[in-house]
Design a protein around this ligand. Sequence first.
Ligand code: SAM
Length: 273
Amino acid sequence: MSSDSAAVDPEIVVLDNGVPTAARVYDVMLNGKDNYAIDRQVAEGSLGIIPELKEIALHNRAVLHRVVRYLAAEQGITQFLDLGSGLPTVRNTHEVAQEANPDAKVVYVDIDPIVLAHGRALLQDNDNTRVVTADLRKPDEVLKHPDVQEMIDFSKPVCVMLVGILHHLADDEDPKGIVKALREAAVPGSYFFITNFTRLSDSEESEELERQLLEQLGTGRVRTPAELEEFFEGLEILSPGLVPLPLWRPEEILTDATTIGVRFMTGGVGKKN
Ligand code: SAM
């Protein structure tokens, strides 16, 4: 693996154990080991508000596997740009994509340099995968990053992945503008795979739940189904649409689709025609 850092040199990163990060809090949710007490504290606080968050995180990983496999194996997509990729965990994008096509190229992008530090060990023998430390709020910088430029051929279709990341961005960080910039950089035949925390109902209880959760996480915004759909502007949304994650081309029949664990995160795949 060759790797680089747009913002931070991972060689000189001093991890501040007093500050939780989204990557490590998510690692707690996935029962990972790459986290500190402060991350576990935030995870526990969030689980106190929505106990189903672990289940939601697992559904999110499961749909990631299904989508990547579908695009690599059935739609012939050979390039994946995984933005806000998180810490390496069990079954990562490159493993699923390269199982379908060993030549598939994957670039992971995350703002947290710890992702690069861990990815380096995991990917040292994998020439088709890179990890980049960059901020997706600056999509032009991400797209121009030397590793992205070297690995992704933007004259060919690409799958842009924004999985469990846009809800970390507030409206004034312009998530719609970020998706638009990425959409414009991708050629027809490209796919956009987006999942996001989604409002459960219009009730005051629902709003209060969101407020408490975001207070714990410290950032972001839960969006309505209509707001999620706005991210897919100009794209053809593939069947079955923007749905609770376990309902996106499931491999197992779900006995109860009404629970918070199923419904709090929705998403889907859009194709640029
Ligand atoms: N995409 C993975 C998944 O769905 O399994 C991981 C999602 S994790 C909840 C969100 C990740 O986004 C974290 O690793 C965090 O560091 C990263 N992140 C947050 N803000 C970011 C930004 N502005 N640019 C790049 N990555 C960001």
